[in-house]
Design a binder for this molecule. Structure first.
Ligand code: ADP
Ligand code: GLC
Length: 484
């Protein structure tokens, strides 16, 4: 099949979270299976310098955006056999210091930037000599594509390809003032309660849910959760109406990137059969963070966007309670200044037990995954979550709240003592998390049990070779829907 994917982030070109990892890995897996995947994404600042092999395409975009026309150029990079990335080069939109924001303020013209990107995706789908069988868009930034393609049909394109929308996070919907709708150049008939309108505002993700042929999200449990009022972020009604076209597919992991045996980021490689290297990573990590270097002190870690979703509030509460025991905690994160302050206070309170780094650091992320004994991920909600799956492969026991993809990817003792891979808790409270941390401390002192749990964790397999077939059946399903 020919699959045209679109995403505002693709690893290793741009990344603020798991979206970038997922899209890159899915596209790679499709290509490996013998299909042809092409991904459309913005040419953000610095990408061209880092990937000098990219070529300029002889194609000049000149697309309407409300009352004006906007121009762009196109670059392409062949990443592997069957995998090509198209970069939309529009300097005034994308050649900026940040992807979505600067200094914690979203760019004021995000609607304009991503409506333009969506229009480029549609233009490519229509005019590339290479014909996509399916267009697969990810998150709100490109969620207007299905509506824009439907309009192309009204305007005489006989047979546009079917569309799949993957929701990576229902909490980010791309909601803008009504006037932004004019930038889409869609007829008013798209702006109603069954379409792009949400209480008088433009809602890009809602438009995607309304017009895509099939909607997927990134875990089975989250697919169920988002049809409820509690997790539906105001769109549960529409999602319930589209339930027969809604599927949950747990993300895979790119084990070429995230592994412990061939990994340039690690202090020392290791594997299930040779665990000595994990201890070296732990001691080096303690040294790096300036904590007492001691293999016998259980080390907990977190790598996260510091956002409400990630359960920072209950984590701060639970750590304040538990750090009086023998344990250490390290954090790599960035996001809300208020949460950063919370962690700084914790460091001040427990200087020899807590260390934090604010910012984005790929190498340190791998080192924390490898060096810690336990990984904390107490999310309020979590569509899939990748870090807990990376932790499993790194033999770092995840402690997760039983929600969304966290619940689908971790097995607790209570579920199956023989196959347990981690520790889960349910109530969204500091007390509940503290109790889970206490369980981890007990486990740490039972080397045989800990070893068995690590072994289970490291053997858990979330490879894309399996997952990709779920997407392929979705693609086949939607090509059948539109051709019948
Ligand atoms: P989300 O996409 O909601 O942020 P995921 O768990 O799916 O959560 O993915 C997060 C990804 O971003 C992981 O690859 C994680 O390692 C990475 N990440 C998050 N924060 C940082 C950071 N400060 N530095 C490096 N990598 C980070
Ligand atoms: C989103 C979600 C996260 C998921 C990622 C990749 O950022 O918050 O749970 O793992 O997308 O699908």
């Amino acid at each position: 099949m020919n699959i045209l994917l679109a995403s505002s982030e693709v690893f290793p070109f741009s990344k603020t979270g798991g979206l970038a990892d997922m899209v890159a890995a899915l596209a790679g897996a499709l290509a490996k299976e013998g299909h042809e995947a092409r991904v459309v994404t913005p040419l953000y600042r610095g990408i061209r310098e880092k990937f000098p092999a990219m070529r300029k395409v002889d194609w000049f975009f000149h697309l309407p955006l409300g009352l004006k026309f906007v121009q762009a150029e196109l670059w392409e990079l062949d990443v592997a056999r069957g995998l090509k990335i198209y970069f939309v080069d529009q300097a005034s939109y994308f050649d900026r210091p940040g992807i979505y924001q600067e200094d914690n303020f979203s760019y004021a013209d995000n609607a304009e930037r991503y409506i333009f990107l969506s229009k480029c995706v549609v233009h490519l789908a229509r005019y590339l000599a290479w014909r996509p069988d399916v267009v697969h868009v990810h998150d709100w930034q490109v969620a207007l594509v299905p509506a824009l393609l439907a309009q192309q049909k009204n305007e005489g394109w006989g047979n546009p390809p079917p569309t799949v929308l993957t929701i990576h996070n229902l909490a980010y919907q791309g909601v803008f003032v009504e006037q932004a709708f004019a930038l889409t150049n869609l007829p008013e008939s798209f702006f109603n309660t069954e379409g792009a309108e949400f209480f008088g505002l433009l809602n890009c993700l809602k438009a995607g849910i309304a017009y895509a042929d099939i909607i997927t999200t990134v875990s089975p449990r989250y697919a169920r959760e988002i049809t409820t009022e509690e997790y539906g972020c105001g769109l549960d009604g529409l999602l319930r109406r589209r339930q027969k076209d809604l599927a949950g597919i747990l993300n895979g992991v790119d084990y070429n990137e995230w592994n412990t045996t061939k990994n340039p980021h690690l202090f020392k490689t290791y594997s299930v059969g040779r665990m000595a290297g994990k201890k070296v990573n732990k001691l080096e990590l303690q040294k790096f963070f300036g904590l007492p270097v001691d293999a016998a002190t259980p080390l907990f870690g977190t790598i996260s966007r510091l956002a409400e979703q990630k359960g920072v509030d209950i984590q701060l509460g639970a750590l304040a309670e538990m750090l009086n025991t023998k344990m250490q905690f390290v954090l790599l994160g960035s996001g809300s200044p208020e949460y950063e302050r919370g962690y700084r206070d914790l460091v001040r309170q427990f200087p020899s037990k807590v260390a934090v780094r604010f910012g984005y650091d790929e190498t340190l992320a791998h080192r924390i995954e490898a060096g810690c004994d336990f990984f904390l991920m107490p999310s309020r909600f979590e569509p899939c979550g990748l870090n807990q799956m990376y932790s499993l492969r790194y033999g770092t026991i995840p402690i997760v709240r039983a929600t969304g993809g966290l619940d689908d990817s971790v097995i607790d003792w209570m579920q199956n003592p023989r196959l347990a891979t981690g520790i889960k808790f349910s109530d969204y409270t500091s007390r509940s998390l503290a109790k889970a941390i206490r369980k981890a401390l007990v486990l740490f002192n039972q080397p045989k049990l800990l070893q068995a749990c690590r072994r289970n964790a490291m053997h858990a397999d979330f490879s894309w070779e399996q997952t990709v077939h779920n997407y392929l059946s979705i693609y086949h399903k939607c090509t059948n829907i539109t051709s019948s």
